[in-house]
Design a protein around this ligand. Structure first.
Ligand SMILES: [Ca+2]
Ligand SMILES: [Ca+2]
Ligand SMILES: [Ca+2]
Length: 501
């Protein structure tokens, strides 16, 4: 069901999801047709996410549903298409648009439907694990406690950028704004093959499976009665590769959280990555203990832990929620761990908001940056804003893009959102690393009116830098003048002595 505000402001009009508004029919090659509509409901538990799957900078839609007749659960990916189609002035629906029409309806195109293995528990997480600017999908098998990362198979603009060899400044600029985001409305058959199917024979290049722990005493991923266990993704090392946070329950009844650091595929024989995955530059999560573990081990009976930047220094901190006895009653206690490691890494923290006064987060905004590595290679990173909410997904209201160590400015920063049926896209360039950016839209789809507020402005320190430089130069100048005068008087004295002799 979807809810639409009715003419009466206190009422919502409830309409069935498919026949109502959002899903397009087979005309573009989308899977869904009204005639093939089978009754299905949201699966329990379920995943719903708004993330860009096909690289066009428009967030798409992922949902898990259960077929009512067969009882089977599927995940479905709907790609967002640019669509002018409007809904006529329906008497029941309040129409805010000046034309008296809703624009951009029927814009979701079903491209993938796949049966979900029972062990996946319908809980999926999304992030760009291998930093190729295409979002990847992962889940933990609750039976064998293996993490399965399904890499996005669509060819991304970054690969195209490298193929064209556009690694110099002028070439990247020439590469252009539109190219950073793939074209919208590409033929469906070019963009529908996003993830490998869940078959016993996996595509080695596109799937990496690994254990989430090497400890024999691990019983399961911690879950409580109503909330299924899940992984949390955040870049705690600020290197641009998302790291993983998971809470595990042990045989002895304790439960502890663990940070698993994202690292390149190991090339040893015992590597969890196949040779094909290594060649494709996929990643793995290091299950060995790390710098964060001793802090996390201080807490047992942990229910879950999540990433959050508590002191707004753009280093990911950790929030740990655990049960403890307080005044004879079992209560949930929140503890925080501040992250002080790797302060020299750069970051970009971004948030798209409605206006300067209220600052409501614009959901499903999509961000892209072109960065330069220490090897002077250009690459693209992507970030999305609050893509998931259900079952304590606890995603941050901003997008944090880790940059790692860099000698350079951020070449370009692109933000896009879906407004009135089309893609609104804007690029700013260049951006100083270690910035907190607010894109203020003023509720408008005119991208020229969008404003970029930079919270950390290193250029504001310019006056201070000039002042300090001036004072130093003055002191240095004075010292030189004094020494010069002393030298001169010395010379004069020596001359006088010479004259006497
Ligand atoms: Ca998209
Ligand atoms: Ca990826
Ligand atoms: Ca990382």
């Amino acid at each position: 069901m979807i809810a639409v505000q009715s003419r009466n402001p206190d009422e919502f009009l409830l309409l069935p999801f498919e026949p109502a508004l959002l899903v397009t029919d087979e005309t573009d090659g989308c899977l869904q047709t009204a005639s093939h509509y089978t009754p299905r409901k949201l699966s329990l538990p379920h995943t719903a996410a708004q993330i860009d799957f096909d690289g066009d900078c428009l967030s798409d839609f992922f949902i898990t549903v259960t077929d009512i007749t067969s009882g089977k659960t599927y995940f479905e990916i709907y790609l967002r298409r640019e669509k002018e189609q409007s809904m006529g002035s329906d008497e029941e629906v309040s129409l805010n648009d000046t034309n008296g029409q809703f624009k951009g309806l029927n814009s979701l195109c079903l491209v993938t439907r796949q049966e979900v293995p029972v062990q996946a528990n319908n809980i999926f997480s999304f992030a760009d694990i291998d930093r190729d600017a295409m979002v990847d999908m992962m889940f933990v098998n609750k039976k064998d406690l293996k993490l399965h990362v399904y890499y996005n198979k669509l060819q991304n603009q970054q690969v195209l950028m490298q193929q064209k060899g556009s690694t110099t400044q002028s070439q990247t600029t020439a590469f252009g704004l539109k190219k950073l985001c793939s074209a919208t409305n590409r033929p469906v058959n070019k963009v529908k093959d996003i993830f490998s199917p869940f078959t016993p024979i996996i595509e080695e290049r596109n799937v990496v499976s690994q254990p989430i722990s090497l400890d024999q005493n691990v019983a399961e991923v911690y879950a409580d009665e109503f909330i299924p266990g899940r992984i949390y993704l955040g870049d705690i090392t600020s290197d641009g590769f998302p790291d993983l946070l998971i809470t595990l329950k042990y045989i002895d009844g304790t439960s502890r959280s663990h940070v698993l650091i994202n690292e390149p595929c190991s090339t040893s024989e015992s590597s969890v990555c196949t040779v094909k995955a290594q060649k494709a530059k996929r990643r793995q999560f290091n299950v060995d203990t790390n710098a964060y573990q001793s802090a996390l081990d201080a807490f047992d009976k942990t229910k879950y832990a999540t990433f959050f930047d508590l002191n707004e220094n753009s280093m990911m901190d950790l929030l740990v929620v655990r049960t403890a006895e307080v005044s004879g009653r079992q209560s949930a206690i929140v503890s925080s761990i501040y992250n002080n490691y790797g302060r020299d890494a750069f970051f970009l923290k971004t948030r798209m908001v409605s206006d300067g006064a209220l600052g409501t987060t614009v959901n499903s905004a999509s961000f892209r940056c072109v960065l330069t590595s220490l090897e002077d290679e250009k690459f693209m990173v992507m970030g999305g804003q609050s893509g998931q909410t259900a079952y304590q997904a606890l995603q941050m209201p901003f997008s944090q893009i880790g940059i790692g160590r860099s000698n350079n400015f951020i070449e370009s920063f692109t933000v896009s959102a879906y407004v009135n049926g089309s893609r609104s896209l804007r690029m700013w360039t260049p951006i100083i690393p270690k910035s907190v950016l607010f894109v203020v839209t003023q509720g408008s789809d005119e991208v020229e009116t969008w404003k970029l507020d930079v919270l950390i402005k290193p250029s504001e320190k310019m006056i201070m830098i000039i002042l300090v430089d001036a004072v130093f130069l003055l002191i240095l100048g004075l010292v030189i003048i004094v020494l010069h005068l002393l030298e001169k008087s010395e010379d004069r004295r020596e001359k006088q002595i010479n004259v006497i002799f």
